[in-house]
Design a protein around this ligand. Structure first.
Ligand code: B1M
Length: 221
């Protein structure tokens, strides 16, 4: 199969939630020297975007979204070790979670993979994480950054609730707050008082490094 045929296969089979085919195509892609990044950005992610578009049009329902997501996750399991380079210098600790009321995790997991690849120690709190849990974990791990993901317009307000909880616990000035997720914008991040917003995983990594550097320049260790 050519690279284009493999990418088209990844797109088509994710769209119909055919997890075994997506796993096989991912392995075939690797055997044929197709880069993990290309499989992600040229095959798997565009397919999930089409799943979302079909859901919006009423052509797909939650079960179709779910099986497509599972198929994508199978590919991510294979690609994960390849996206995480080894031997990179430790940059800092990042506590990450999807906010309360929200169970989407593919985007968050992708950001985590890229952060680990860039040398961050990532503490992943999973999905549906309450403000109390974020506070507890910030106290326990003392991360440089805490990241909140939200994928629904209805769960984005949890950013503010989380930031208020950090403030109430006296932790707001000790930790950088980053936010992200499909419906989030820079404007919304500014309104809730986050320190940083990124639209995708690679921008999130660049921004995280940048924010840490700026913080270290202001507050020498
Ligand atoms: Co849901 N869903 N879903 N869904 N789902 C969306 C998000 C939606 C946009 C679909 C649509 O209508 N087009 C829509 C939200 C509309 C809105 O509020 N604006 C939606 C809806 C409505 C729902 C339900 C309410 C449906 C229902 O029950 N009626 C329900 C809610 C459940 C809940 O959370 N309480 C629901 C459920 C689900 C499934 C469980 C079936 C499944 C999730 C499975 C899983 O994640 N394990 C699912 C899926 C798969 C989707 C779509 C199709 C794909 C999401 C995805 O993984 N994208 C999605 C449509 C879409 O996004 N186009 C949709 C790929 C991923 C790589 O991109 O998530 O954007 P993304 O992540 C990016 C960036 O956002 C960024 O980097 C990531 C990588 O580049 N980023 C950060 C993420 N976190 C970051 C943090 C940062 C920085 C950057 O700093 C801290």
């Amino acid at each position: 199969m050519t690279h284009d045929e493999i990418l088209k296969g990844l797109y088509d089979e994710t769209l119909v939630g055919n997890a075994p085919a997506v796993r096989d195509l991912t392995n075939l892609g690797l055997a044929e020297d197709l880069s993990p990044e290309s499989m992600l950005y040229d095959g798997l992610i565009p397919s999930l975007e089409e799943v979302g578009a079909r859901f919006e049009r009423g052509d797909y329902f939650v079960p179709e979204m779910l099986i497509a997501a599972r198929a994508m996750q199978g590919a991510l399991d294979i690609l994960r070790p390849l996206l995480i380079e080894t031997g990179v210098q430790q940059v800092g600790t990042f506590v990450m979670g999807t906010v309360k009321g929200d169970v989407h995790d593919i985007g968050k997991n992708l950001v985590n993979i890229m952060l680990e690849g860039a040398g961050f120690t990532v503490i992943d709190l999973g999905v549906n994480v309450s403000p109390e849990k974020f506070v507890e974990q910030v106290i326990e791990h003392k991360p440089e950054i805490v990241g909140f993901s939200a994928f629904l317009t209805t769960t984005m307000p949890m950013f503010k609730a989380n930031i208020n909880a950090l403030r109430k616990a006296g932790l707001r000035d000790d930790v950088i707050v980053m936010v992200g997720g499909a419906p989030v914008t820079q404007e919304y991040a500014d309104i809730v008082g986050a320190d940083g917003y990124a639209a995708d995983a690679s921008t999130a990594v660049r921004l995280a490094k940048d924010l840490i550097q700026k913080r270290r320049a202001l507050v020498p260790a």
